[in-house]
Design a protein around this ligand. Structure first.
Ligand SMILES: Nc1ncnc2c1ncn2[C@@H]1O[C@H](COP(=O)(O)OP(=O)(O)OP(=O)(O)O)[C@@H](O)[C@H]1O
Ligand SMILES: [Mg+2]
Length: 246
């Protein structure tokens, strides 16, 4: 069964058609990216998958169930990191466990190993304003990982980071993905990032948002970043740019 299967999805806000004829799927364990211009409907698509937006036409199936009937939580990192400023890192991480009513005694056993794994050890009691941008984003990702769902939706998780931190985060995300075996749908504006991370890349155009191209990135893993400079990847980039430029 596909983790996510979207067919003929249409979404309008009043008179504006935002998404048109979207067909997209994720097989278990895949890392899939979506690239597309600002305003083409990527975040809207995530809100439909998570059930935040319930009015749409077409089919959106998660683990076989129509999204409106799917009652399990879905790991979702919204476009802004949204750590609560009045809670420490540890207290922020606890939110999903509180929401799913996990016994209090289990909290630290779940959270502390992840804090270690996400390179945040020693900052458990720091407030978001005391963390760097990269640490805040790792904290938000950590919280997303505590939601027990195979499917993870990440909306430009590294958007606010400088190039070097961003590369480190990409490599680290791949390690975490391979270890935890999630199925990831990842939104980015960065073509290199999409090609480096993904098994497949969906390329969208704007107004109304449509999927114009699907690229299968046939590069072995683990990948070296140098592949991005090789001819196969350059050809992918040319194809993607042609579409994004319209
Ligand atoms: N609740 C809403 N009501 C009306 N229009 C909306 C609503 N949410 C989004 N839109 C519109 O839908 C379009 C798509 O927005 P969305 O946030 O999905 O774009 P995006 O692809 O995520 O862009 P970006 O790359 O800038 O994050 C935009 O034109 C936006 O103004
Ligand atoms: Mg968006």
């Amino acid at each position: 069964m596909k983790v996510l299967d979207i067919k003929k999805l249409e979404k309008r806000f009043d008179t504006i058609q935002v998404l048109e004829d979207i067909e997209l799927h994720i097989e278990r364990g895949e890392f899939i990216s979506i690239v597309g211009p600002s305003g083409c409907g990527k975040s809207t698509l995530f809100k439909i998958i998570t059930g935040l937006i319930r009015e749409y036409r077409g089919e959106v199936r998660i683990e076989g169930a129509e999204s409106r009937d799917y009652t399990q939580p879905i790991s979702y990192m919204p476009q802004k990191d949204l750590l609560l400023p009045w809670r420490t890192l540890y207290e922020n991480a606890r939110i999903p466990l509180e929401v799913s009513k996990k016994p209090k005694g289990e909290h630290s056993g779940r959270i502390l190993p992840l804090i270690e794994e996400f390179g945040l050890a020693g900052f458990e009691n720091a407030y978001p304003h005391e963390l760097s941008g990269g640490m805040r984003q790792r904290g938000a990702l950590l919280r997303t990982f505590l939601i027990e769902s195979d499917l993870m939706l990440l909306d430009e998780p590294f958007g606010a980071l400088d190039a070097i931190t961003r590369m480190e985060m990409q490599e680290w995300l791949l390690e975490v993905w391979q270890k935890h075996n999630h199925s990831i749908l990842f939104i980015t504006h960065d073509i290199d990032e999409a090609l480096f991370l993904s098994d497949r890349v969906y390329v969208m155009t704007g107004r109304p948002g449509r999927i114009e191209l699907e690229i299968e990135v046939e590069e072995e893993r683990p990948r070296r970043r140098e592949i991005l400079l090789e001819e196969r990847c350059m050809e992918y980039k040319r194809e993607i740019l042609k579409i994004l430029r319209g």
